[in-house]
Design a protein around this ligand. Structure first.
Ligand SMILES: [Zn+2]
Length: 163
């Protein structure tokens, strides 16, 4: 690893620590030339296999670009999108699988996007799951509606129990 200060071609590891969740290793390094110290963070690389068979590194930016169009005209900020991409990466890493196909990435986007904005979710799902009829939309909307009703029922039962 090059020294970021003087560009010396080598550095020495002086300390290594695994993060609490075990997903990364932080290393403290020292440059033998200028003696300055710096930290590196090591995480397993995540790959995405595209439909064409091409493998590329997972990128949060690509997740954001993928959902941005579905969020057009919706009350969704750039921060919301960044947070969504972060949640997608966390759930992808949590699977422990180093290589996922683009379809699986899409699946992990659906959950957090639905929490963020249901209209954007329906738009994204319609493209991603290739809705080809009004019935497909109807089924997706009915599912959302049923979950709203369930959530409302849960809430009112909580209200009653606190009386
Ligand atoms: Zn140096």
């Amino acid at each position: 690893m090059h020294c970021p200060f003087c560009r010396h071609a080598d550095s020495r590891v002086v300390d290594s620590r695994t993060s609490d969740d075990g997903a990364s290793i932080r290393r403290r390094r020292q440059c033998p030339a200028c003696t300055r110290r710096f930290t590196t963070l090591e995480t397993a690389s995540l790959s995405v296999v595209k439909r064409s068979g091409v493998t590329e590194p997972f990128s949060r930016e690509k997740v954001v670009n993928g959902v941005r169009k579905a969020c057009q005209g919706r009350p969704v900020t750039e921060d919301d999108l960044a947070l969504l991409a972060q949640r997608v990466e966390e759930s992808v890493r949590a699977t422990g699988i180093a290589e996922l196909d683009a379809y699986e990435i899409g699946l992990t986007i659906l959950g957090p996007l639905r929490e963020l904005d249901e209209v954007a979710y329906l738009r994204f799902a319609s493209v991603y799951q290739a809705f080809d009829s009004l019935e497909d939309f109807e089924a997706a909307i009915n599912l959302l509606r049923a979950e709203h009703e369930q959530a409302a029922a849960d809430e009112s039962s909580v209200d009653r129990s606190t009386d």
